[in-house]
Ligand binder design. Structure first.
Ligand SMILES: [Fe+2]
Ligand SMILES: [Fe+2]
Length: 345
């Protein structure tokens, strides 16, 4: 990796994409923006200035970035549309703040995800997040009889400033979620919970990332393949992984996991034995994917970037390494926790 590419920016900074190239290639703006976020230190922000001809970032860029930043490896961020400059360019500010909720929060004219914003009723908040009740008690907000009011209305009534309260509430929510994640011992949790966790976290990750990665791997092959012949091998290996996993996930979700869940629910030993029989095949798929990932690492020299690698090249390698880490965690949960539990039940 070159110094220039790898360097994290020292503090807040701006990336000006108002140039003739990006005016022609508007669709490349979001990959540039994503790379810029990666170069921004936690606790700081990057302003992305985009050309007027590429349109209002709230229509496309901001939702695209929010989706991409829900990546497991990216710390929380906040995305805020700032302004349109006199020259016509749009400014979008992206913060990296480790203390915010895991999913990106989009403020102002856009929307907020995975965090309370005051429009929820008190009853809804406590039902979904019982830990909020302590904060409500402390602030003398009635969450039993007065549960139908929105949080904003309740705060106004108690003359409590809304922004700091929301910040405390959302921080509490984030800490609770983190703790819940850490506290789950998957060797003991109900099998159906473990299956839900695998599907919602790891399968969902692959459904989102594999198509994006396919585009990246294809693009770097097209642009740099004539100089870097290993990119053709990488392209083949990656698409083998993609195809293997797409078929594997279908077998798990349509055949094996429903059998395990049904056996766990009914205690039917015959169904459990039937599920256990399919496991050898899944384990063999895992080994196959593991070998392909090892080969991808080998041909890229452990994802070592060539001197002068462009942003797409850099992002592709970073995302491939993230994919590898997620697959390892995914396979670990199945091979070492879920399957042994099914076999020994
Ligand atoms: Fe799986
Ligand atoms: Fe699997």
């Amino acid at each position: 990796m070159t110094e220039e590419i790898a360097a994290m920016k020292k503090g807040d900074w701006s990336l000006n994409l108002e140039d003739p190239y990006f005016e022609e290639q508007c669709e490349e703006i979001w990959t540039e923006s994503l790379a810029a976020v990666r170069q921004t230190k936690e606790g700081h922000y990057v302003n992305i200035v985009t050309p007027e001809v590429c349109g209002d970032p709230r229509d496309r860029l901001i939702p695209q970035l929010a989706a991409a930043l829900q990546d497991t490896s990216m710390p929380a961020v906040e995305i805020r549309y700032m302004d349109q400059c006199g020259c016509g360019g749009h400014v979008t500010r992206i913060y990296r703040q480790p203390s915010l909720p895991r999913h990106p929060v989009i403020r102002e004219d856009t929307y907020m995800e995975q965090a309370f914003n005051g429009t929820e009723t008190i009853g809804e908040i406590v039902a979904g997040f019982p830990g909020a009740s302590n904060l409500f008690k402390e602030s003398k907000i009635d969450f039993c009889c007065g549960g139908n009011r929105t949080l904003s209305a309740a705060l106004r009534q108690q003359q409590i400033e809304e922004a700091p309260f929301l910040q405390r509430l959302n921080e509490l929510l984030r800490q609770t979620r983190q703790k819940q994640d850490r506290d789950v011992d998957w060797r003991e949790a109900p099998l159906s919970d473990l299956i839900d966790h695998i599907v919602q976290k790891h399968h969902a990750y692959l459904y989102k990332e594999l198509p994006l990665l396919s585009e990246f791997v294809t693009k770097i092959l097209r642009v740099h393949g004539s100089v870097h012949s290993e990119l053709a091998v990488l392209h083949t290996l990656f698409h083998k992984v993609k195809m293997e996993l797409e078929q594997h996930l279908i077998v798990e979700e349509e055949v094996v996991f429903p059998l395990i869940a049904a056996a766990a629910r009914t205690g039917d030993q015959a169904v459990l034995t039937q599920a256990a029989k399919t496991i050898d095949e899944l384990e063999s798929d895992h080994s196959g994917v593991g070998e392909l990932l090892k080969e991808m690492r080998r041909v890229t020299g452990n994802y070592e970037l060539p001197i002068g690698a462009c942003r797409t090249y850099t992002l592709a390698f970073q995302k491939l390494e993230e994919m590898e880490a997620d697959i390892f965690e995914h396979i670990h949960l199945e091979n070492n926790v879920l399957f042994p539990r099914v076999k020994s039940a």
